[in-house]
Ligand binder design. Structure first.
Ligand code: ADP
Length: 584
């Protein structure tokens, strides 16, 4: 305000001086504020950057971890399928069986080699060590051979495989090895992600560009599960696998497409993808290629198509065998592993097979097997989910579960055991180790049966029985189940025609489900269980007084003569002696 004062009194010189001083101060202030603003913006920008960076690093770490666990699975499984069958060959003298195991070994060593070669190739392109090696030949013949090598798989998976090519006879210069890798990967993926009864087509087109240059394109289209829009760009990233919930398949490493992309770039080609979830995918690659005048040699594809079309024996055959051998359900998505493990077990068990976790759960509920062996990484439902679901379901809660898996870390082991797995075996495993584990589980089961039987069959009053069934904390679901069964019998105690079928109906179970569950818990048939329950109830009536033998027989649905005979058979004393000597 000094400026105003001087101005008012007419001292303009002083006023100007103060005005300028004021301006200067304002400017300084403004500069300060601007500097501060910039600093703040910088700081904000840096935190954002840092956060983004942290997120990127975290994502990369997660991808790496997933890759390692996946690659371990992908490496351990074939190794297990080389080591195991090799040991069987050593013991075997039947040439047909030796041949069968040799096939498994061959397929799995090829798989191992393919995987290692892919890893090496990826490393090679990344470090710019991969070179193009041109040979001359008919590219369309080469592609025809390559596509044809998938015929057996197409037939087996009931997938229609079509190939159409225009102008097929041109001789071209191309890198056969890299072409093969590209087409092989695209076709393998198409087969992997297309369900049975779908279709896959390969279309090639050649356009003459100039005198000696041809534009070549190849499109692989499948009617498979498709890829979500937001994932299409990422599937070419190394180790990336779309749809991580693994609902369709768990085999793979996320290397294939990243290698395809690198190889195409190396060959100055282009790659386009179109895909729609649930409809299918289409991968199109195109390259400029030089024409050639004469072929050097016949080019034949080198990569073997790895896939097991040998089928283990079917479920029906498995079940029809012998009644007395225990029933075992094997849940495993790798066919060679199925073949090998079921071979190990076939003399001691009737083996049922399921090819993924969801199928495993369904079959376990339907057949109520005596034992379950399950893999961990499987499509649709993994081994942990299977375990959790079956252990919490009354019908299947008693079934011992062995997890057989290539996920060997302590963390997965503990995860498996927490979900209720009884035993966790890592691949590769020793045949002997599996055998012993299964024997131990069967011993434990007969101990459980003994425990239940002691409590159930010789009770002397209804109250005593109710106490007893509540006694086994670790077998809570099983006790509850038996209690419900006994309640149903109790409600129909005097009904002579209350058979095992009627009981099953009351329990909302099929006859065979009820049979298998009662058999598993008590080692007796449903009919025997009902009979013993009735006789025990009659015994408690007689012991506790107030009933004649005839009353008791009538109350538990027996005719008098049949009752006396059955009673004597069951307890070794006649019913009337209990009346003469009341409970001590
Ligand atoms: P991998 O097949 O070993 O998992 P790839 O790099 O070959 O690895 O493929 C990466 C992912 O891209 C796959 O996990 C899958 O989710 C998706 N994908 C590739 N090809 C197809 C296809 N034809 N249909 C649906 N999804 C596909």
């Amino acid at each position: 305000w000094l400026y105003w004062t001087y101005k008012a009194v007419g001292n303009y010189k002083k006023a100007l001086e103060f005005y300028e001083r004021h301006e200067e101060a304002q400017k300084e202030k403004y500069k300060e504020a601007k500097k501060k603003n910039i600093q703040e913006l910088h700081a904000q920008f840096e935190t954002k950057e840092k956060e983004a960076e942290i997120k990127r690093v975290k994502e990369l770490e997660e991808m790496k971890t997933r890759f390692f666990s996946q690659i371990t699975h992908e490496l351990r499984t074939p190794v297990a399928l080389i080591k195991g069958p090799l040991q069987e060959i050593r013991k075997e003298s039947d040439p047909a069986k030796i041949d069968h195991f040799a096939n498994i070994i061959e397929r799995n060593s090829d798989r191992l080699l393919l995987l290692i070669n892919q890893l090496l190739d990826l490393n090679k392109v990344e470090s710019k060590m991969m070179e193009i090696q041109l040979s001359t030949g008919s590219l369309s013949d080469f592609i025809e051979r390559l596509v044809n090598s998938f015929n057996v798989q197409a037939e087996y998976k009931k997938i229609e495989l079509k190939l159409s090519q225009n102008s097929p006879k041109d001789l071209l210069q191309f890198d056969a090895d890299k072409f093969e890798k590209i087409v092989f990967n695209l076709l393998s993926n198409a087969f992997k992600f297309t369900p049975p009864h779908g279709s896959i087509s390969v279309v090639t087109e050649f356009y003459s560009l100039e005198e000696e240059l041809t534009e070549f394109s190849l499109t692989v289209t499948d009617s498979g599960i498709g890829i979500a829009n937001e994932e299409i760009d990422r599937i070419f990233d190394r180790f990336y696998q779309a749809g991580t919930d693994a609902h369709f398949t768990t085999q793979g490493t996320g290397i294939g497409l990243s290698l395809v992309k690198e190889l195409i770039e190396l060959m100055k080609g282009k790659l386009e993808v179109e895909s729609e979830l649930g409809v299918g995918s289409s991968f199109c690659v195109s390259f400029p290629l030089r024409k050639a005048l004469k072929a050097e040699s016949d080019l034949t594809p080198q990569i073997p198509v790895l896939f097991s079309h040998e089928l283990p024996c079917s479920t029906e055959e498995g079940i029809a065998k012998k009644e007395k051998t225990p029933l075992l359900l094997l849940v495993e998505d790798n066919r060679d592993m199925q073949l090998y493990v079921s071979h190990l077990l076939k003399d001691r068990f009737q083996v049922l097979q399921a090819y993924n976790g969801a199928e495993g759960v369904e079959m376990a509920k339907e057949y109520i097997p005596d034992l379950i062996i399950t893999d961990v990484m499987m499509p649709k439902k993994d081994g942990y989910q299977l375990c959790e679901e079956l252990k919490n379901e009354v019908l299947t809660s008693h079934i011992p579960i062995v997890m057989l898996t290539a996920k060997n870390s302590n963390k997965s082991r503990i995860a498996g055991l927490t979900k209720g797995a009884d035993i966790y075996l890592g691949k590769p495993f020793q045949a002997k180790e599996l055998d012993l584990s299964l024997s131990n589980l069967l011993v434990l089961r007969s101990e459980m049966q003994k425990k239940f039987n002691e409590q159930l069959v010789n009770f002397e009053s209804k109250e005593e029985l109710e106490l007893a069934t509540g006694k086994f904390e670790e077998l809570a679901l099983e006790s509850q189940f038996l209690k419900r069964v006994m309640d149903k019998i109790e409600e129909n105690l005097d009904a002579e025609n209350f058979t095992s079928n009627a009981l099953a109906k009351k329990m909302f179970l099929s006859n065979s489900q009820l049979y298998r569950k009662i058999q598993a818990l008590t080692n007796s048939s449903v009919t025997k269980f009902i009979r013993e329950y009735r006789l025990c109830r009659a015994k408690s009536m007689l012991l506790n007084g107030g009933y004649t033998v005839q009353d008791a027989a009538f109350n538990v649905g027996y005719s008098l003569s049949y009752f006396s005979r059955s009673f004597k058979n069951q307890f070794g004393v006649s019913a009337s002696t209990l009346l003469d000597s009341p409970k001590a």
